[in-house]
Design a binder for this molecule. Structure first.
Ligand code: MN
Length: 380
C-alpha cells in the first residue's frame, strides 16, 4: 500500500482524493490546506496523518490549538509544504494546491525521490523544463491527475515503443461556447462560474470559461509527453465523455472515456498501475446518444491562442501568460475588470516581456513576480 500525502486537501481535487482514500483505506501521511482550518482539522481527525500543514500562517495557532489533544505534528507556510514533500515516510505526493505556490513543493518532492500525482498546473506551465529534467534525473514518476492528461497517460500504456503522431486534447468549451466577443462584453462573475460539466474551484472554473484552462493544459501536455506544439490538437467536445485521445503513427486513435468525474483520474494516479473499484458511477453511451466534436474559436477565446503561441515562442512565455492570467482572474473575481479584459491583459504581458530562458526555480520566480507587478499596474 502506497503512503500518500495530499497538498491542497480541502480543495476540490483534495476532497475527491480523500473519497478515493476512504474507499481504499489509503495510508495518509500528511494533509495540507491553504486556510480552511476547520475542514483540515476534521480531515486530520478522520485520516490520522502524522503531519498537517496550514499554508496561511495566520491560522497556524488556531490549527495547533484545535489538534492539541492529538499527536499530529502541525506545520505552516511554504516550509511546511516542502517538509511534507520531502518526508521520508511518504511514497507519493498528490499536489493539488492552486497557483505558483505548487511549484516548489513539486520540485522538493522530486529531489527527495517521491513520485508526484500532479494536479497543480503551474508546476509544468511555469517550470516544465526544470520539473521534467529533475524527474528524469531522479527517476521519479509524474502521474497526471488532470482528466485530459490522465486520459493520454492511460492511452499510452503498453505503447512505449510506439511513436505518437499527435494527441487530441478535448475541451468542454465552457459556459460560453458559441459566443462571440460582442456577446461576452458584459459577462458577470456568476455566469462565468457556471460550468456545464465539471464542478471545480473558482480559479479553474473561470479559466475554463476563457479556455485559458485548455491553454495551460496544452502547455502541460507539451512537457508531460514531450511533444511539439503542432502535435497537439485542441478539439471542443461538449459532453466531456472522451477525456482525450492519442493518434499513433499508423493513424490508429486510442481514446479514454468515462463519466466526467475527477475521482477516476485521481484514483488512477494514486493507485497506478492498478484499476479497481472507484467511488463514481458507470458510463452509459446510449444515455448520451450523440457525441460532438468541433474546432475551438481561437479569436473569441484569445487566452487559448496566447498559450499556444507561448509554447511556440518557448523560454519563459508559458510562465508569463500564466502569471498574467492568475492576476487578471483574481481581479475579475473581485469585480475590478471585465471578462474580456482577462485575455487582453495576458496578451499585453506576453508582448511586453522579452525572451528569457529560466534556468532555475529563482529564475522562474523572478519572471513570475515581474509579470504580476506589470499586470497589477495595468489594472490599477
Ligand atoms: Mn482538465
Amino acid at each position: 500500500m502506497k503512503r500518500v500525502s495530499v497538498l491542497g486537501s480541502t480543495g476540490s481535487i483534495g476532497l475527491q482524493a480523500l473519497d478515493v482514500a476512504r474507499m481504499h483505506k489509503l495510508d495518509i501521511q500528511a494533509l495540507a490546506a491553504h486556510s480552511s482550518c476547520k475542514k483540515l482539522e476534521e480531515q486530520a481527525r478522520e485520516f490520522s496523518p502524522r503531519q498537517v500543514c496550514i499554508y496561511d500562517e495566520k491560522y497556524y495557532k488556531e490549527l495547533k490549538t484545535s489538534l492539541a489533544d492529538t499527536d499530529i505534528r502541525v506545520l505552516s507556510g511554504m516550509s511546511g509544504l516542502c517538509e511534507i514533500s520531502a518526508d521520508k515516510e511518504t511514497d507519493i505526493v498528490l499536489n493539488s494546491v492552486v497557483g505558483m505556490v505548487g511549484l516548489l513543493p513539486t520540485l522538493t518532492a522530486i529531489d527527495n525521490g517521491k513520485d508526484v500525482a500532479l494536479a497543480n498546473k503551474e508546476t509544468l506551465v511555469a517550470g516544465g523544463n526544470l520539473v521534467m529534467t529533475a524527474a528524469a534525473e531522479k527517476g521519479v514518476s509524474i502521474y497526471p491527475v488532470d482528466s485530459e492528461h490522465s486520459a493520454i497517460y492511460q492511452c499510452l500504456q503498453g505503447n512505449s515503443m510506439n511513436k505518437i503522431s499527435k494527441i487530441i486534447l478535448t475541451a468542454s468549451g465552457g459556459p460560453f461556447f458559441g459566443k462571440t466577443k460582442e456577446d461576452l462584453k458584459n459577462v458577470t462573475v456568476k455566469e462565468a462560474l457556471n460550468h456545464p460539466n465539471w464542478s471545480m474551484g473558482n480559479k479553474i472554473t473561470i479559466d475554463s470559461s476563457t479556455l485559458m484552462n485548455k491553454g495551460l493544459e496544452f502547455i502541460e501536455a507539451k512537457w508531460l509527453f514531450d511533444l511539439e506544439p503542432d502535435q497537439i490538437e485542441v478539439v471542443v467536445h461538449r459532453q466531456s465523455v472522451l477525456h482525450s485521445a492519442v493518434e499513433f503513427e499508423d493513424f490508429s486513435v486510442i481514446g479514454q472515456m468515462g463519466v466526467p468525474d475527477m475521482r477516476i483520474p485521481i484514483q488512477y494516479a494514486l493507485l497506478y498501475p492498478y484499476r479497481t473499484q472507484c467511488p463514481t458511477r458507470p458510463m452509459s453511451l446510449t444515455e448520451y446518444g450523440t457525441l460532438t466534436f468541433e474546432k475551438p474559436d481561437l479569436e473569441t477565446f484569445d487566452c487559448l491562442a496566447q498559450c499556444i503561441e507561448a509554447v511556440k515562442k518557448g523560454g519563459a512565455y508559458p510562465c508569463i501568460v500564466n502569471a498574467a492570467n492568475e492576476v487578471a482572474v483574481g481581479a475579475f473575481l473581485e469585480g475590478k475588470i471585465s471578462f474580456l479584459r482577462i485575455g487582453e491583459l495576458v496578451r499585453e504581458a506576453s508582448e511586453h516581456f522579452p525572451y528569457t530562458e529560466p534556468a532555475s526555480y529563482d529564475d522562474v520566480l523572478s519572471v513570475d513576480t515581474a509579470v504580476r507587478e506589470f499586470v497589477k499596474k495595468s489594472i490599477n
